[in-house]
Design a protein around this ligand. Structure first.
Ligand code: ZN
Length: 170
């Protein structure tokens, strides 16, 4: 099943998500599969549960965009345990379509999370994977990449989005 991706303006995107407490269930497996399907069909490389209007600390990431099954990452209840270095690069968000901006984030990160079975693991990533993990974990905290921009840039984008909303084009 492909979910509808909610857009900026929906309060679920700016609300910290709730911890996942039930693991290994058919529902959780299905949700993870559906989130990958939804992300691939939208041509994204990361998707967090709040983006499909579910307040759960769960995100899927695939830097290969469906090309490499080994590239799939599922992070449940993730926390960042280490950040090193900096990178600046263009970033977008499926919930803020049409806007891409330069965002500075850590170059290398280590994340601790649970898998579908509830087992804790650590995952390291750099460059694009680090950027994706940090962007998605931000989503679970109700934080959008707009918050990582300068106030000037952020206000400009918000104004443009408000115009689109008024025109019924958002
Ligand atoms: Zn996003």
């Amino acid at each position: 099943m492909i979910y509808r991706i909610v857009k900026y303006g929906d309060p679920v995107l700016e609300t910290p998500a709730e911890e996942v407490k039930e693991f290994g269930t058919p529902e959780l497996r299905q949700l993870v599969d559906d989130m990958f399907e939804t992300m691939w069909s939208a041509k994204g490389i990361g998707l967090a549960a709040p983006q499909v209007a579910l307040s759960k600390r769960l995100t899927v990431i695939d830097p290969s965009a469906g090309e490499d099954p080994n590239a799939k990452i599922v992070l449940i209840n993730p926390v960042v345990v280490r950040e090193e270095g900096l990178q600046t690069g263009e970033e977008g968000c499926l919930s803020i379509p049409g806007f891409r901006e330069q965002v500075t984030r850590a170059m290398n990160v280590k994340v601790r999370a649970q898998n579908i079975e509830g087992e804790t693991f650590e995952k390291e990533g750099s460059e694009l994977v680090a950027r994706a993990m940090l962007h998605e974990i931000d989503h679970l905290n109700g934080v959008l990449f707009l918050s990582r921009l300068s106030p000037l840039k952020r206000d400009l984008i918000r104004r443009k989005i408000r115009k689109l909303q008024k025109a019924g084009e958002w």
